[in-house]
Design a protein around this ligand. Sequence first.
Ligand code: NAD
Length: 545
Amino acid sequence: MPPLSRISSLRTLQKKSFHSSAHLKALSALALSRAENISANWKGTNATGGATKNFIGGEFVESLSSEWIDVHDPSTQTLLTRVPQTTESEFNDAVDAATQAFKTWSKTSVVTRQRFVLELQHLLRQNADAIASSIVLEQGKTLADAHGDLLRGLQVVETAAGITSTLLGDKIEVSKDMDTEVRKVPLGVCASIAPFNFPAMIPLWTIPMAAVTGNTLILKPSERDPGAAMMIAELCQRAGLPPGVLNVVHGGVPTVNGICDHPAIKAISFVGGDRAGKHIYERGTQNGKRVQANLGAKNHAILMPDANKNLAINSIVGAAFGAAGQRCMAISVAVVVGDTSVWLPELVERAKALHVNGGFEQGADLGPLISPGAKDRVTSLIASAEQEGGEIILDGRNFKAPEAYRYGNFVGPTIIRGDTSMKCYQTEIFGPVLVVLQADTLDDAIEIINNNRYGNGAAIFTQSGATARKFETEVNVGQIGINVPIPVPLPMFSWSGNKGSFLGDIGFYGKGGINFYTQNKTTTSLWKAEDAVGNRASVNMPTHH
Ligand code: NAD
């Protein structure tokens, strides 16, 4: 890593400011005051047009890059910040800082590392509103949902505090006076590459797990909304994490390829879409790294005739359209079994009743999509359903946003009756679109799910234990909900998406997370009690009897 004096001089050289008041006019008064607070109070991020910084060796440093990526508020297109394409030399500085820090961090006691996560959880709670505000500004989701984003990450931090129990090793006397002991030791420098849709939760899937197990980490947040990650990095520092244990770099493919290729990086955690995930998995594993990659999804909910109708409809509507459908565990397909199709008008009515609005607005249920490109993609997938003979029973393409948000990337809740051959079914839409399929029987519905290439999650709504049991046994996805629409396990368990939704062998957080970030080391030792006396060597092959 560069000496601190060089970092400070880089900072002064890079004083160029992007701030201009013209581009801020579109923000509401509430959004503007939150943006100004973020710019004034946080070192690594800016929400009023300034630069997002790298975090290298414990310093927030403005990049020397000549390539910058603009981040706009998805509900107004206001420029919030510019994110650097971190340069190769800055990236190498970050890896060097992590390599140096590993030498001491990996030797700190488990209680020291536990104390860090305990302090971090406290600071995250204290600063939840600021982090949630950054998420609303950059990502667009509603304030309540942004708090949920942080909370789900916070739960990983809280569970990581159990490291003094979860890292306990095994030991047994394998022969008289001979013990074998296994220790879980850290890997070294690890890397984490995050998607845009959970700007706080996904970085928090990896930061606490990597740190409590004694690793150091290079985090690359999504270049579309890195603000929450920068604030979390600052809180890690305030929580006592030594310089270099966590470093944050930015950018797109060049940074990702740097992570895949750098020989000092031992493991990569990736969460995002299929294309990037396959590339990272292949390139990372070819370079001898351990890789876990959570990918895209198409999650089905089966609606059985004996379901509690009210619970089922509310659950499906919430899980399909919450976060504007930009969740990897969103329900994007409802399979109506038998005559539950008669419930569709009610489902449409409840979807229609959702309020689509800017994320800070009172009563907003869902906000905009992340970018104009995402909006175009979603609306063209809806159009493809029309062309393929699908029936659009609720069309969100013509949603008219309130005047203040007329430039936002809004699409209203959309419901399409279709079949499994259609593009809108075959593709992960990642928008507020629910495809409804008809099945005659439970067997047919399970077959549809099992034939889908993805395997993140599936839910069933029924009041029959037998039906639920059959579903649970026969359905081939990793995370099953019974009367639960988004069955993401709490982090004492591990994420368990399967089929096309996951590449790798070891899941995120929980026991899986500990295994991912550690390798086993066994020691077999012999301290013969009888060696304390006697004077004759044994020449026989040791057989451990
Ligand atoms: P994305 O794949 O576009 O981006 C994810 C990360 O990969 C970003 O940091 C980005 O910079 C990088 N990246 C993008 N394209 C790349 C490329 N061609 N080569 C190398 N790196 C690249 O994903 P996104 O749009 O930010 O997030 C949405 C996707 O993430 C959806 O498919 C969603 O299902 C998935 N996701 C999955 C989970 C899960 O746990 N299974 C959770 C959240 C999101």
